[in-house]
Every structure is written in C-alpha cells, then in structure tokens.
Design a protein around this ligand. Structure first.
Ligand SMILES: [Zn+2]
Length: 407
C-alpha cells in the first residue's frame, strides 16, 4: 500500500465528535473542535514533518512544509475543515467494507441500508474498499477525508525528498458547515499564491464557481382589530407576507432549479395578525442577476409600502460571492489541477457548486482558492460513505499539484 496510514488516520479523526453549533457565539463554535485541533491535529502535523506548526485564535491549525527545491517559487496552500454537519456525530462507529460486491450494505443494526437502488453512486465502487456509518451517525468524511488526505500527502513528501516541491502551507479550520469559519481566516498570515480546499465529493471534482449569496429578513407590520369589525380596518401581517411571497417569480425556487439557475428560498415564516417575519436566502451565479434579485425584493417592498404605508421592512445582507470573479483573473490553479488529474488518468469534473465553500470567502481575501475532491458521497447524514481508493487518488492529486513543474 502506497499510503499505509491513510485509513487509520481517517478512522481516528471521524471517531472524534467535532460537530459545529450554529447557535454558539464562540470561535470555534464548539470546544470539541479546539480539542481536536490541539490534541490530535497539531501533534500529528509535527509528526508528519510540518514545521512552524501553530494554533491561531481563529481556530486554524497551521503548518509549513518548506520548499526542497529553490526553482519552485510558488507557495501553495492546502485547506480542510474540522467540523462536521448538523447531524448526530456522537459515537461514530465506521464500518469497513472490503472488496465491495455492489449489493445492499446494511448499516449496523440500525435498520437503514445503503442500497444501490436508492444511491446509484454505489455502483461505481464495486471492488473497492468503502467506509460507511453504522446508521446512527453521519460519517464525517466531509471533511475528515480532506484532513487525512492532506496529512498523508505531507507525510509522503517528507519521506520522499526526491519529489521536489515549493513551500506548502497547511490550514485546518473550524465551522465551515455553519458558514462562519473562514470569516476569521488570516490570509496575511497564511501567505500563499493560491490554495485549494480539499473538501469536494467524488473523484475528479474541481470547482471554482460558487453561488453569490445574500439573506433577506423581512418584517411585516399589521393592524389587529376584532375580525367581526375588521372590514376596511384590519391589516393582517401574515397576509402581507403571503402577498410579498406571491410577487416573487414562481419558478425561482430551489426545488425547481439546478445547474446555473438561481433562486429565492423561503426558509422561515412566522407571526401573528399584528406582526410577521419571513426569512429568505437569495442565490445566483451571475453578478448582474444576483444584484437584480436583491433589487427586485426592494422594489416589491417599495410598492407595498406605497400602497399601505410603511408596513414592510426589508433587510438584505450579502453572505459570500461567486469565487469565479477572483479565480478567472488567473486560471493557474485550475490549469495545474486539471493537468495533474489528466496525468493521473482522473477525469476532471468541473461543475458549479450550488452553495458556498470556505474558498469563496478566502478567494475574496486575496488567495484564489478552488476546491478539489476529497471523496465523500451522500454527505451530511447517516448514508454518508467514502471509498478508500478515491481517498488515495486525492492524495496522489495533492502531491501532483504541489510538485507540478511548469513545462
Ligand atoms: Zn465540507
């Protein structure tokens, strides 16, 4: 085996509960992430040969593999996140299926199954080693695969000085799943020419487009009077919320869109006759239509207020932007990743991410940061699984990228 420590390393990581907590006000959001970084990752980063290893108050564990050939002048960053998604992560008890036969995999005693009839992706993995859950937790391949792969690539490079590379900076960070970890990323301290998040799904994924994202919080002010004498007097805040919603383009909803299509997503609506609140997220790939979507919400608000007095209050907040705007200025990181994958006989799958990544924020801090595959399938729940062979290919890809020499 080329990477004998990869599997055990991954299993060690996933057994630690590092679930993030959206309601927390601390950084990282959970103490378990601090403990994971300082007790497990930092000592191991030193063991595999990283130098200048330290833990920042923003929750990032950072280390450097110095260049071993001065002709490599680019500094490249490798980034993964420690936290896992909002699903039970206590007592992760992975199952290892060697030489997968392509049939139904029972998930422990849970009564849940990984069934190729439900999850067609399983068919690709016949003959491979799969790591699954026991049906009671998520696996946490998102993104402990990425951490294990980066750690393994560094270990391999340390043991094979004949592979020449430039300076490599490694960063393992918190709270990606709750969308705030990268807000405090220190791009000046990280100091690389470009980076990759190793946080993608199946073999070959290479992503440099994300949504541009905003949130909209809308408050509707009603006027409550007795329904028996309401005529011409009552203003029902709930009805205002419905009227607002009905003015949005009917087809622009997540459940009706895919590919490059954007949407308005009503996440929550609550209230009484007197006051109601609605929460939306707005998503689009295109900068112009992203702005138009926000403008459209403003125009609905203004129109309603002109008619009924100031009863609708709209608060729009930008959350992150499509990283393509940064990356397309210099496609070097994409071209390198593509060339490496082609050489490794991995077909690059370049598709837009219908979401965000840490890379969307880090790119706008000045470090272009596309995303490459880490291997996970069915992420964020009990049906999550990963192929060991795909993880090995991710390690190959990382090593290929950092040792890539311009022709
Ligand atoms: Zn992830």
């Amino acid at each position: 085996m080329k990477y004998p420590n990869l599997l055990n390393r991954f299993l060690t990581y996933v057994k630690v509960n590092t679930r993030s907590d959206e309601t927390s006000t601390t950084t990282p959001s959970t103490q378990s992430q601090v403990d994971f970084a300082t007790n497990i990752l930092i000592p191991e980063m030193k063991r595999v040969g990283l130098e200048n290893v330290y833990y920042l108050p923003n929750g990032y564990a950072i280390g450097t593999l110095p260049a071993n050939d001065p002709s490599f002048t680019r500094k490249i960053g490798l980034i993964s996140h420690m936290d896992t998604a909002d699903f039970n992560a206590e007592g992760v008890n992975p199952q290892i299926i060697e030489n997968y036969d392509g049939e139904v995999i029972p998930l422990g005693q849970s009564g849940f199954n990984l069934d190729p009839a439900d999850f067609a992706s399983l068919k690709k993995y016949k003959g491979q080693t799969l790591i699954t859950t026991d049906g009671t937790t998520l696996l946490g391949s998102d993104d402990k695969s990425g951490i294990a792969e980066i750690m393994t690539a560094i270990e391999y490079l340390s043991g094979h000085p004949e592979i020449k590379h430039g300076e490599i900076r490694v960063g393992f960070g918190p709270d990606e799943e709750i969308g705030v970890g990268a807000d405090k990323f220190d791009a000046i301290d990280f100091d690389v020419d470009f980076a990759y998040t190793v946080d993608g799904g199946p073999l070959g994924e290479l992503q440099f487009e994300t949504f541009s994202a905003a949130s909209a919080e809308i408050t509707f002010q009603g006027r409550n009077v007795h329904p028996g004498t309401a005529k011409g007097q009552m203003i029902n805040a709930l009805q205002l919320a419905i009227d607002f919603h009905n003015q949005l383009p009917n087809g622009d909803r997540p459940e009706l869109t895919d590919g490059y299509e954007g949407f308005y997503h009503l996440m929550n609506v609550e209230g009484t006759v007197e006051e109601a609140k609605a929460s939306y997220i707005i998503r689009d790939f295109d900068t112009v239509t992203f702005e138009k979507r926000k403008e459209f919400m403003r125009s609905i608000t203004n129109k309603m207020n002109e008619k009924r007095g100031e009863r609708v209050h709209l608060e729009l907040k930008d959350q992150y932007y499509n990283m393509r705007q940064v990356i397309e200025k210099d496609m070097t990181p994409i071209n390198i990743a593509k060339a490496v994958m082609n050489k490794l006989d991995i077909k690059p799958i370049i598709e837009p991410i219908r979401g965000g990544t840490d890379g969307s924020k880090i790119s706008f801090m000045g470090i272009p940061t596309p995303n490459i595959f880490a291997g996970g399938e069915n992420m964020h729940g009990r049906f999550e699984y990963v192929s060991l062979q795909t993880m090995e290919r991710a390690v190959d890809t990382i090593i290929g990228i950092v040792s890539y020499k311009d022709e």
